[in-house]
Design a protein around this ligand. Sequence first.
Ligand code: ES4
Ligand code: ZN
Length: 386
Amino acid sequence: MTAIDTSPTTAAPAPGTPLTGTTPTSSDHLRSPLSGTSSSGTDFSGSHLSGTVLATPPTAELHLHVEGTLEPELVFALADRNDVDLPFASVDELRAAYSFGSLQEFLDLYYACTAVLQTAQDFHDLAWAYLERAHAQGLRHVEMFFDPQAHTSRDVDVDEVIDGLTQALGEARERFGITGGLILCFLRHLPVGDAAATLESVAHRASDLIGVGLDSSEVGFPPAAFARVFDRARALGLHVVAHAGEEGPPSYVTDALDLLRVERVDHGVRSLEDDALVARLVADRVPLTVCPLSNLRLAVVSDLAEHPLPRMLEAGLLVTVNSDDPAYFGGYVGDNYEALRDVLGLDDDMLALLATNSVEASFADAGRKAELTAEVQAWREARRAA
Ligand code: ES4
Ligand code: ZN
């Protein structure tokens, strides 16, 4: 059963009714985000899909904004369901607007489209659509970012957001054996007091979260202001990550490490401009969640052939591959691996290394990491035999 149907010919249901599928009003299918593994005995590994070996490895995705998985068809389906007026006449017109010169240009559209997301059902359908697509590309574990302030600012209850996303993740675990959970991101362009209040509003359900992150407009919003909020998140038992060094300078990466004490750096590509920082990231095995197609579409690099990822690997950095906002940037996680093969010439050994890095860099428990590492090895062997 598919939880959404975004085909253009689908008749729009009345506002508030599910498009298809179940209404996630209870938490009876929920699981704690990272504990346990599939127990059905089913081969969930990416390599079994469609009876052939996938061209890209089974992987963990650690840098994925669920709001950035909002495909234009779903924008229109949810707008119909919720009676939201859109400033675009058609799916094609909206997709044509997906042409960005900078992070800010993208973010303006990204926040505008969140207007269609209102109920737990909407958030469920959004996440489920992503999980189905990413499953088809070999996704095995996801640590999913969400931006509560983009929704609470529109009077959407944060519990609706968390309930819907958690329900979808629970279903993905049952049906696909995909593990993972949620990382709550603070919007750094808003006052730090908003971030602190957001964290307190979910403190009672910290067990529904893996961690916190920091995203949105980077330049002009350095990490320092968020140090106390991150202290509080750690005190709640949450992991901490932050976007740094996407458009911002390497000093933002250093500050994220020193002041926020992040365990991973999201993007971090500009770290290469600071040799001492690179040495530190290598020595401490700090993972960087790199997003090649995002970097291309947001003009962080002018050409994928010039992407620094190969240099980052050569430097010994713990690099992972991720899709960031796949609906907007032209590709899901497997598409990002594919692009690295096609444009940068990375071979199966390199792709397997990147997938193994994603497992190491994840917040999965040791048992799950061992399972996923074995799946990557099995993929590598299957590719050799194919
Ligand atoms: C984002 Cl690519 C990127 N950078 C910063 N914040 C974001 N939110 C969604 N995508
Ligand atoms: Zn991002």
